[in-house]
Write a protein that binds this ligand. Structure first.
Ligand code: HEM
Length: 417
């Protein structure tokens, strides 16, 4: 695992100014017209002075696109995440799916490395990738239309009593998870991908999320959610055998892939305001100051679920989120990589916020569902949270430079090792 914040493989795939220039001009020759539109003189003018070039810019950092796994899962989470679900058009058949994925893969491979997409209408916006990753997922209808074998868990989750799901934030045939440390980069990548997807699919929902801006906190700091909690402490660490076991699936066309559960969970901040600090810490089982368990002092101390107070109550309450979310069965674990959201308030409230809960796991039924079932039965956090969107996707493996994301499903190609 690369040092946090350095971006896996930073420097790899970075283009020199002259390569970019050639690309821009090449694009114009290819009939793209981008360089013509902006003027070739300006297109040539992207090379920084020696002095400027010596200042490392986060915007220049890249995360490799090709490989065994798709990027954007074991990548240190970027500051901005956009989740878009597409519905396939009725006319989109199996061949079209391959065509679409070839084009979208090409866009993503270029944009993530700081190069404009082919026919990029705003090529300058591509020049600061800022650790951009694009991660593709497929819903049940995609796999059915590809005439592939769908894993048994690729379907809507069972309904939970806490759910108040809205169709405008649920389901979908294709997932695009677009994340970078710069929101302009995310917006541009999304536009390029959606323009190229539109003859095959239409947007079903899109959700924008954020974490701390790049540089606000030290790299590697666990994120905080809008309840102020340290959120993401007890998570398998990317780059470890533990992570690989929790996340990567090893079966058939999915080998090297995984699954994503995306749930939009509203957080009632106005109601949370009425709870005192002690009550807030009891609800989760961890301290707000640094995320340490109520039985410890440091964030990564192991919670002691046996510890009791002098009058015999558990220090970490039975109803607390961490006690309920942790399973005695080590196979029931997930990797969480969520983002905050903060919508325009409505109906007299001063906030409409929440969490885009995103988890990756090899098998949704075996790992995610038991955890969510326990939280549905008992979790004090349910007093302040409500799931309003839910979708499940299979995340195919990564691809090699001569392949495309989804090729193991659509062409029977072997996943890259
Ligand atoms: C808005 C909703 C939620 C909030 C605010 C929230 C917040 C938190 C916080 C603050 C922690 C403790 C720190 C940590 O280890 O990350 C935590 C732990 C955890 N949460 Fe959530 N969570 C939410 C929803 C969920 C959901 C829907 C699931 C899965 C179905 C889940 C699964 C977990 C797990 C597995 C842990 C780690 C438990 C452990 O082993 O210690 N959470 N969550």
């Amino acid at each position: 695992m690369p040092a946090p914040g350095t971006g896996a493989g930073s420097g790899r795939g970075g283009m020199t100014g002259s390569t970019r220039r050639q690309f821009l001009l090449g694009g114009a020759v290819a009939g793209v017209g981008a360089a013509t539109a902006i003027g070739a003189d300006h297109a040539l003018n992207t090379t920084p002075s020696t002095e400027e070039a010596s200042v490392p810019l986060n915007g220049q950092e890249t995360v490799p696109f090709h490989g065994t796994h798709q990027a954007g899962i074991d990548t240190d989470a970027q500051a901005h995440g956009l989740f878009v679900a597409l519905d396939l058009l009725d006319t989109t058949d199996r061949d079209d799916l391959a065509r679409m994925m070839r084009i979208l893969t090409d866009d993503a491979a270029r944009l993530t490395q700081g190069s404009p997409a082919l026919a990029d209408s705003e090529p300058e916006l591509a020049l600061s990738p800022a650790r951009l990753t694009v991660t593709f997922g497929f819903g049940p209808r995609f796999v059915a239309r590809a005439q592939g074998e769908a894993p048994g868990w690729l379907k809507a989750l069972p309904s939970f009593t806490v759910d108040r799901l809205l169709p405008e934030f649920s389901d979908g045939d294709v997932l695009l998870q677009i994340a970078a440390d710069d929101p302009l980069t995310v917006a541009h990548a999304a536009r390029m991908l959606l323009k190229d997807a539109r003859s095959f699919a239409s947007v079903r929902w899109s959700q924008q999320g954020f974490r701390r801006a790049h540089g606000s906190v030290r790299p590697g700091t666990t994120m905080r959610n809008l309840f102020g909690q340290v959120d993401g402490t007890s998570n398998p660490a990317p780059g470890t055998a533990d992570f690989d076991q929790v996340v990567w699936n090893g079966e058939g066309w999915l080998a090297g892939g995984t699954s994503a559960v995306v749930r939009r969970i509203g957080m009632d901040l106005d109601k949370w305001d009425r709870l005192d600090r002690g009550g807030r810490e009891q609800a989760v089982g961890r301290f707000l100051s640094n995320g340490a368990p109520l039985t410890g002092t440091n964030e990564f101390d192991e919670p002691d679920f046996e510890a009791t107070t002098p009058i015999g109550f558990p220090v970490i309450p039975e109803f607390s989120h961490v006690r309920r979310a942790r399973s005695e069965n080590p196979a029931e674990r997930i990797f969480r990589r969520g983002y905050n959201y903060d919508d325009r308030p409505a109906g007299g409230a001063v906030s409409r916020s929440g969490l885009i809960f995103v988890s990756f796991q090899a098998d949704v039924a075996r790992q995610f569902v038991p955890v969510q079932t326990r939280l549905d039965q008992l979790d004090l956090l349910n007093e302040w949270t409500v799931p309003i969107g839910s979708a499940v996707f299979v995340i195919p493996p990564g691809c090699s430079e001569d392949g495309f994301v989804g090729d193991t499903l659509l062409t029977g190609k072997q996943a890259p090792q």
